[in-house]
Design a protein around this ligand. Structure first.
Ligand code: ZN
Length: 402
């Protein structure tokens, strides 16, 4: 005859632990639990295991660089090594295109990725610009590369804005297809001869923006940094790891220009030069706030966005991104920024598939996974090449569908 099952007192405690353990009991069991008030956060080293009850792990928790959980989610995977349509990368930093072998060496990777035209956005001026234009023209691939001209910020003696405008015009006549990338140092760190910060909306540069409008070529401009870089480096900062890794990305401090000041100055330029086309690099740093991004495009018909290095924000909101890219399909261009051939397919996958919960390529940018937005073909074509061909009259037309 079977003995009737009886709860052992210790088992009762275990079962209770799975449901709700009074804080007093937790504390009794080894002193690793505390109770908190309704609006309180757990103390450092603890996590909320039940409402208002915090507990410390029994083992030393790993640091954020050592915690590497492997996802157990099984879901369809569609890797996209090659973009569905030919791509213009308007944000190229391959560096050294003029060096022998660089162009030849890039072609197999660009072919595999389906990047048809690579635009060097290295703010090139003077001899470096001339050498790069010549290297492209002399290569077997003259239709695969284009160059943006730079603005020379080195000599800000009186009249430098007018001089810069004349240099830009000469560069466009020599074969550059626009200006850029106007560096983030413009606004952040560049100073005028009197030591003051060079504001993005300094009227000295008006002749440059006006010249570009008259010539009908765009300015590709990078202003500021992600908003988190202007916030205190504490444990609530979403980019804590990146800021801890790279001291030069910390833009928070007394007397430091703020993110909003830079956005205001940038928008002043957009507003003051409605005949000039501007491409705001990195989605204008508004990819984390698509409502704000939409208001900006609505306010400035002369502004477009570029998607370089903000995939971590696009890939965590695939439904909103889908709708935004459909609505503003004429206003977004593809750009990659840093030249790493292995990283482009992550962009293709976010844009083209509806895959879920997949890894991003750079842990320090994002502690989360990416999701595909499944953009329609019509939108992909515009994002990948049609918008670039429209905004940059100097891009080659060969290699694209009619
Ligand atoms: Zn760049």
């Amino acid at each position: 005859m079977r003995k009737p099952f009886r709860f052992h007192p210790l088992l009762v405690i275990c079962l209770l632990g799975a449901a709700v353990v009074p804080a007093a009991l937790v504390a009794q069991r080894g002193g690793n639990g505390v109770q908190i008030g309704p609006d309180e956060a757990c103390p450092p080293g603890m996590t909320e295991v039940r409402p208002e009850q915090c507990r410390a792990p029994e083992f030393d928790p790993p640091s954020i660089v050592d915690y590497r959980p492997e996802s157990t989610l099984v879901t369809p995977e569609h890797l996209v090594p090659s973009a569905k349509f030919p791509v213009v990368d308007v944000h190229g930093h391959a560096q050294g295109l003029a060096q022998p072998g660089t162009i030849d060496g890039m072609i197999p990777d660009l072919d595999a990725l389906n990047v048809q035209v690579y635009v060097a956005a290295d703010n090139l001026t003077g001899a470096r610009l001339t050498q790069t234009l010549e290297a492209i023209a002399a290569s077997p691939y003259p239709d695969r590369f284009r160059v943006l001209a730079g603005i020379d910020f080195r000599d800000m003696s009186p009249g430098w804005g007018e001089r810069a405008a004349r240099e830009v015009e000469a560069a466009i006549q020599a074969g550059a297809i626009g200006v850029g990338e106007v560096s983030k140092s413009f606004g952040l760190t560049l100073t005028k001869p009197d030591g003051s910060r060079l504001r993005v909306d300094d009227p000295e540069l008006d002749p440059v923006w006006e010249t570009l409008g008259r010539l009908g070529v765009p300015a590709f401009i990078h202003t500021a940094e992600p908003p988190e870089f202007f916030e205190p480096l504490d444990y609530t900062n979403e980019r804590w790891l990146e800021l801890a890794l790279f001291p030069d990305r910390r833009n928070y401090g007394p007397d430091h220009v703020t993110f909003e000041e830079l956005m205001t100055e940038r928008d002043n330029v957009f507003r003051r030069h409605p005949e000039t086309q501007f491409i705001a690099a990195h989605f204008g740093w508004h990819a984390n706030d698509l409502g704000r991004a939409a208001r900006m495009l609505d306010e400035f018909p002369n502004v477009s966005f570029e998607v370089g290095a903000i995939l971590y924000d696009l890939g965590r909101q695939p439904r909103a991104v889908h709708d935004f890219f459909v609505r503003y399909q004429d206003r977004i261009l593809f750009g990659k920024d840093s030249y790493q051939p292995s990283e482009y397919p992550y962009y293709w996958r976010v844009f083209e598939t509806t895959d879920e919960y997949f890894d991003y390529y750079r842990d320090y940018h994002a502690f989360w996974k990416l999701y595909g937005a499944g953009l329609p073909d019509e939108v992909l074509r515009k994002l990948y090449y049609e918008n670039a061909l429209r905004l940059f009259p100097g891009l080659p037309r060969t290699g694209f569908p009619d």
